[in-house]
Unconditional design. Structure first.
Length: 266
């Protein structure tokens, strides 16, 4: 099947985890999709982040961008990305969760932290259920839905979770689910589990750099741009129908062209 910008953005929706994810990983289609939904807004380690994100979304340079306003569980860096394991809630989280919880409990008792009493692991699992319930009424069988890839681009636990949520909803509702092609070395061990020997049917589209710069500036002015100031947009992005399951390891497995980049360590 041949896909074009018009065919995959017909009755279309980007669902991204955090404000600016919709820009970083979908800059080729952000100006064309019908709607954008952001999952998370508040971030308890930084109480200023939620209001700043709300301000940016209010000043967004296009219509039909909304937020579920869920609170992040602060999971970034909690998974073992050398030996990642997908779970029913997204990705398995390691002992880092409990270490962070213990530290925040001590700070909370000392009056120096506003971390929720609900631990990171429990919050992550709760977010899976809430995302499923909140997104279900937004979806229908005739839609093109774009979301994070199953390795979370650079290896973000929330991104993997949102992908898993939408895989489940796709099985239930039947919409077209597309994923992005970004990846880092950190996320590559999980990405390689989706390699296969089948020629994948992807579409490559040019990045709208002018609009991307405009949106990034809104985030910068609001004080919630989470990415590198010197980030350079790729010339194009590839979108692929999201696989339901991991593949058997292949000696000559491949996926599709990746936008491979480096970021600072966690």
């Amino acid at each position: 099947m041949t896909h074009s910008l018009s065919s995959i953005t017909d009755n279309s929706l980007i669902i991204a985890a955090h404000p600016d994810d919709e820009l970083l990983w979908f800059a080729a289609i952000l100006h064309k999709v019908d709607r954008v939904i952001i999952a998370f807004e508040d971030f308890w380690p930084d109480p200023n982040m939620g209001p700043a994100r709300a301000k940016a979304l209010t000043n967004y340079p296009r219509n039909n961008v909304s937020s579920l306003r869920l609170s992040e569980a602060a999971t970034y860096g909690c998974a073992d990305w050398n030996n990642p394991e997908v779970s029913q809630w997204g990705i398995e989280l390691g002992r880092t969760c409990e270490l962070r919880d213990a530290k925040q409990k001590a700070l909370r008792l000392a009056g120096k932290s506003k971390a929720p009493k609900l631990g990171i692991r429990v919050r992550y699992q709760s977010n899976f259920d809430e995302l499923t319930e909140r997104l279900r009424p937004e979806l229908s069988a005739d839609m093109n839905v774009f979301t994070h890839n199953p390795w979370g681009e650079y290896g973000h636990e929330d991104h993997v979770q949102l992908h898993q949520v939408l895989i489940g909803l796709r099985e239930e509702i039947g919409f077209n689910l597309w994923m992005s092609n970004y990846c880092t070395e950190r996320a590559l061990p999980l990405a390689k589990r989706y390699f296969n020997t089948v020629d994948n049917d992807f579409v490559e589209l040019p990045v709208n750099r002018a609009f991307a710069d405009e949106v990034a500036q809104v985030y910068r002015e609001a004080g919630c741009w989470t990415w590198a100031d010197d980030w350079q947009w790729f010339k194009s992005e590839c979108y692929l129908p999201a696989p339901s399951n991991q593949s058997k390891m292949q000696s000559q497995g491949h996926l599709f062209p990746l936008n491979l980049f480096n970021i600072d360590p966690v």
